[in-house]
Write a protein that binds this ligand. Structure first.
Ligand SMILES: [Zn+2]
Length: 237
């Protein structure tokens, strides 16, 4: 993939590389595994490594926003000293997936806020469309998350979707129609998935008490969810 990027993104990459002391490293993969995912930030000993799905081209309008989003995950950890869990050797793949979801559901709120301040859209243009589809499915009693065969992962994925939407309402300056859509989603979610709603609310309340926009509050919240999801003995730091 030939990467041809805007001046705005180039400038932002420079900032992130300076603040982290790491260079961005890109890898193209056939398939990222999680459905619908086009890019991911992955752990690397010396670089800020991002994997892009092969089908995701840099002429895609989402590409720059996605690029900025993923390197900001690295900025939090290596530039701002944010907590990142070190896992024990006994961790299973399922537990690793849960942990990945915790990273996304907490860190994405901070990441999206930072990229918005840097002039990128806080969410992809497909986000609102997906939210609308989910809300409609909730109302019709359809299981829109049926693609996840694992029932536990599916439940945690729903929580992730709720907390993400709640975070946009809580922390972002979002205009009328989009705000209405987000409100409709969280309201419908509450009655459709009461169990996941209750667990999501615990996480949201923890975030309200401990701001995730600083590394201390973020770590408290992160450890709270690790504990809530029973992963305490899989973390060594
Ligand atoms: Zn993310």
């Amino acid at each position: 993939m030939k990467i041809d990027i805007s001046y705005k993104l180039k400038k932002y990459i420079d900032i992130v590389e300076k603040q982290t002391g790491r260079k961005v490293l890109i890898e193209i993969n056939e398939d990222l595994g999680v459905s619908g995912m086009s890019a991911a930030f992955v752990d690397h000993p010396t670089h800020l490594k991002i994997i892009f799905n092969k089908s995701f081209q840099n002429k895609d309008p989402e590409f720059e926003q996605s690029f900025a989003h993923e390197i900001t995950h690295g900025l939090l950890i290596f530039g701002k000293g944010y907590f990142t869990p070190q896992t024990s050797e006994s961790i299973t793949n399922e537990e690793l997936n849960f942990l990945g979801l915790i990273c996304t559901l907490i860190d994405d709120i901070v990441v999206n806020k930072i990229i918005q301040q840097e002039g990128f859209e806080p969410f992809s243009s497909t986000y609102m469309g997906m939210l609308g589809k989910e809300t409609k499915a909730f109302k019709n009693g359809d299981d829109i998350y049926r693609e996840f065969p694992d029932i536990k992962f599916k439940s945690k994925f729903k929580i992730f979707r709720y907390v993400l939407a709640w975070g946009f309402l809580q922390y972002f300056d979002i205009s009328g129609e989009q705000r209405n859509q987000l409100n409709e989603f969280v309201k419908t979610f509450e009655t459709t998935y009461p169990v996941e709603f209750e667990e999501s609310t615990k996480i949201c309340n923890c975030m309200l008490k401990n701001s995730v926009f600083n590394s201390e509050g973020h770590e408290i919240t992160f450890r709270y969810v690790i504990d809530l999801w029973g992963l305490n003995d899989k973390i060594v730091n």
